[in-house]
Write a protein that binds this ligand. Structure first.
Ligand code: ZN
Length: 258
């Protein structure tokens, strides 16, 4: 699943093509959207801004109309030079925004909706989001307050995925950050000191910023998707197990993560 760094990188690429421009053509090849009237609603409107908050991406048009996307497990944004082969089949494109030499394409949804600017602030899921792990500033007090408002018997690995506590961290950055700090993702919040929680989120923030700057997430991992391989720190075999209410897989070293 794309995490916050991937979404911010997509927003940066889309912004470079569309911000301040009126898309020359808007297409909705995916059959699901034939009943929608997006091309007409958006025709002639300037893209005011493109931004991301956690795993959510917003293309904001003039006149208070915003395209909101969340890629979940299946979706993807592509920025393709006109005529270049797309990464996925045309009929999987939910929207194509054309400008100059570029096609900005959203593939496979699954959450893509037009909403009013004010709705982006009152939409229950969006309004509940915690601060963005990649935000310009990070309010540590606010993060801790939300973390401590959560169930304190919840394991930290699961709690870091709660987008209402902090937005943008997914499975990979959770596992890698817990490993980097030597913290067992199964440790319950009540046994985690504030300083440890801040170190975890601080590590995720720095590593995810480097990923945004690099333009892609790291290709090599310490523990993520390395079950059975030796831990790079202590050589104990890395373990994998489902965690939390959504059964998201976690990876950790039982030898050096406490
Ligand atoms: Zn280890």
């Amino acid at each position: 699943m794309p995490e916050g760094d991937t979404i911010h990188h997509a927003a940066n690429r889309i912004r470079a093509v569309l911000e301040g421009c009126v898309p020359e053509q808007i297409l909705t090849p995916q059959a699901r959207h034939r009943i929608d009237d997006w091309p007409r609603t958006l025709a002639g409107r300037t893209v005011r801004s493109v931004d991301a908050h956690g795993k959510h991406l917003f293309v904001r048009f003039e006149g208070g109309v915003t395209l909101h996307s969340h890629l979940r497990m299946t979706g993807s944004w592509g920025v393709h030079r006109r005529g270049e082969r797309w990464r996925r089949a045309r009929q999987r494109a939910w929207i194509v925004l054309r400008y100059g030499d570029w096609d900005v394409v959203e593939f496979d949804g699954p959450v893509l909706e037009l909403m009013s600017e004010s709705r982006t602030r009152t939409h229950p899921q969006l309004a509940a989001l915690g601060q963005d792990v990649l935000g310009e500033r990070f309010d540590e007090g606010r993060f801790l307050a939300r973390l401590r408002a959560d169930d304190q018997t919840r394991p930290i690995g699961d709690a870091l995925l709660n987008q209402e506590t902090v937005a943008g961290i997914g499975n990979m950055w959770k596992a890698e950050s817990c490993f980097a700090l030597g913290i067992d993702p199964w440790r319950e919040l009540r046994h985690l000191a504030d300083g440890e929680a801040l170190a975890l989120v601080g590590h995720a923030r720095a590593a995810m910023r480097r990923s945004v700057d690099a333009g892609h997430p790291p290709r090599a991992h310490e523990v993520y998707r390395r079950a059975g391989r030796p831990c790079p720190r202590c050589a104990t075999p890395i373990r994998r197990r489902e965690q939390g209410e959504n059964n998201r897989v976690t990876f950790w070293c039982p030898g050096c993560q406490r």
